[in-house]
Each structure stands twice: as C-alpha cells, then as structure tokens.
Design a protein around this ligand. Structure first.
Ligand code: KG4
Ligand code: ZN
Length: 336
C-alpha cells in the first residue's frame, strides 16, 4: 500500500490530497482564490502566491486528518509527497514545491515532482472507469489546449497544441468582453443556456488546415468585433454562439486525431472538461470516452498524487530537485 500526499499550487487553487495506491482518494481539499481574483478580472500572480502561503499548512493538516492520518512527532503519515513543479505561475509553484520538499525532508520520505498536464491526465485514473493504453487525451484548461497520444504509461507525443490562446483563456477573455464574472467558463456556460447558439457565426481557428493545432485568438477577436457592430446583442446569444465555436474547434481536431491515429479511447481533462456542451459533443465522437469526475476537472492535489504514484510504480520519477518551471513541455518516462 502506498499513501501519497499531493500538492497543487500552480495557479489560483491550493489543492492538498491523500491518495492510496494511485487511485483511491482518501481526502481532497481545495481552497479556491477565485473570489479574491474576480475583482481584478483574472489571476494576480503576487496575490496568488501569498494566498497559497497563508493556507498551505492548515490545508495539509486538514487533508491528513480527513484521510484519518496524523502527523505524530517524527513519524511520517504518508509514504511520499508529490507537488506540481510546472507549468504555472512561478511564485505559486515555488510555494507548493518548497513546502513539499521541506516536509519530505523532515519526514525522510521521497519527494516527487509532477508536471501539471500529466496531473490532469491522471485525474481520470481516480474514477471507477480507467482507460487502458494507448489512448488519446484532450487536455483543456486555462493555460493549455493539447491533444496528446498516450502510448503507454508516461510515453507521450503531443499531436496538437494551441498556437496562441488556450481555450479556457479564451472563455475567460470573452467573458470579460461580455461583462460576465471570472472565471469565464462557468459564467459563459450559464449565460449560453438561455441563448441561441446560431445567432452569430464565429470562426473556428485553423479549420481548413491539415494540422491538429488550435488557434483561439481569432475567435476572441471575432466576438470583440461582433460586440462593436451590435452593442445591444443579447449576452446569452453571443455566449451560446461563442461556446458553440469554441467547443466545435475542440471536437473537429479531436475527431481528426482519433481518425489519424486509429486510437478509439479518449480522455478529456482539465478545467474546460467541466463544460457541459463539450461533454455532450464528445459523446458523439467515435471513441470510448473517459472523463474525470467534476471534482477532479479543476486543479486539485489528488491528480498530482495519482500521477506521482504511477511514475513511482513505473520507476520513472522525475528528479526531486528539478527546478520550478513557468513553461515546460510534457516529459516522457525518459525525461525527454
Ligand atoms: O485546469 P484549470 O482549473 O486551471 C488551469 O490549469 O488552467 O482550468 C481553469 C480553466 C478556466 O479558464 C475556466 O474558465 C475553465 O477552466 N472552465 C471552464 C468551465 N469550468 C472551468 N470552461 C468552460 N466551461 C466550464 N464549465
Ligand atoms: Zn490545471
């Protein structure tokens, strides 16, 4: 049996969790800073790192307590500690990384750094239905839009990525244009429920090109121009039409990737995987679909612990002293 404490502080959620054997979540506590950042219309990095520092100690105690573990003097309550080392906001990453390394050193247990995208991929292994390899993964969040071929555990090939904005970032920016609250994804989804998704015809980036890459900056600009042209446009209609284009772009490229690779197992993970329209549209793809529970779509410590557990099992843990990295591509088992 292995118990791993997972720490996630790459952006505006402080997530702590204890996961048993890489799949069973014993506790998962998340403090979101959304209410603080909302006033600024987006995440303020300096505030984010300070807030992680304020709550990480208490949250660790809570995660251990809820898992039925106690940190008695000297004895380590878990077998290892994992934390996100990148990509993300540098100051925020350093909080989780330093805290995790210090606790691991004090308890004389291994410290396991985890790539944030790999964490998102492993969020599906926390459910009852787990994908077999090989599978394709669509990772969609505030910072990433990628199609990844997962050949075997920790064997990755990025097939497509965004050339500009990430899809979640586009939801957030368009929400700002529509005066909807941050984060944009849930507010746009809510507004779109009342709207006509055919009211406006917004472009799908790189749709005519034979590439699996995405582009979301044109879509954001198209919404801006539509709002300038029609200042009284109903917010619900613009939101619905935007959401349709944003999701259709994901579906178009994912369908092409499934066909190109002949792989018919699909994982969708990351904050945008919570989107209802995306979940419904993806159900129509020619693939067996694996989605994380809603609780594991947004950033959390459980997915970080799950990824670390798998790397431990496959003897390809990343070096414990790997530096924090604001931008870094997904690494395979060979560290490439
Ligand atoms: O994975 P995540 O929590 O953080 C990053 O790693 O970036 O994703 C956050 C992103 C935000 O851009 C947010 O607007 C988006 O996920 N999001 C959604 C929904 N819920 C969250 N986007 C579309 N529809 C949603 N329901
Ligand atoms: Zn994330």
């Amino acid at each position: 049996m292995s118990l791993i404490l997972g720490i996630e502080t790459s952006c505006d959620e402080t997530g702590l969790a204890v996961v048993k054997d890489g799949t069973t979540v014993l506790s998962n506590v998340v403090i979101s800073q959304i209410d603080t950042h909302r006033a600024f219309g987006g995440v303020v990095p300096e505030i984010a790192s300070r807030m992680h520092t304020e709550v990480i100690y208490q949250l660790t105690q809570r995660a251990l307590e809820e898992a039925g573990l106690s940190a008695t003097r000297g004895a380590a309550p878990v077998d290892a500690i994992a934390a996100t080392f990148g990509p993300g906001l540098m100051g925020s990453l350093l909080v989780g990384l330093s805290f995790g390394r210090a606790a691991a050193a004090a308890w004389h247990i291994p410290f396991l750094p985890v790539h944030h995208i790999e964490g998102h991929l492993f969020s599906v292994f926390l459910g009852e239905r787990r994908p077999e390899y090989p599978f394709l993964a669509l990772v969609v969040s505030g910072g990433h839009t990628q199609i990844i071929r997962c050949r075997a555990p920790h064997q990755y090939q990025v097939l497509g990525t965004t050339r500009d904005d990430a899809v979640g970032e586009c939801f957030d920016k368009v929400a700002r244009l529509l005066n909807l609250p941050y984060p944009g994804g849930p507010s746009i989804q809510k507004a779109a429920a009342e709207g006509d998704d055919n009211a406006y015809s917004f472009p799908i980036g790189l749709s005519a090109k034979s590439t699996l890459d995405f582009s979301y900056s044109g879509l954001k600009t198209a919404v801006l121009y539509a709002l300038r042209e029609h200042p009284d446009a109903p917010v619900a209609d613009v939101a619905a039409s935007f959401q349709r284009a944003a999701v259709d772009a994901l579906i178009l490229k994912t369908a092409a990737a499934l066909e190109e690779t002949g792989i018919h197992r699909l994982v969708i993970a990351g904050g945008v995987a919570a989107n209802r329209r995306l979940r419904e549209s993806a159900a129509g793809l020619d693939a067996k679909l694996f989605l994380p529970d809603m609780a594991y779509c947004v950033d959390n410590g459980a997915m970080i612990a799950a990824a670390a557990a798998s790397r431990l099992t496959h003897q390809c843990s990343l070096p414990p002293d790997i530096p924090a990295a604001a931008t870094i591509t997904l690494m395979d088992s060979a560290g490439n």
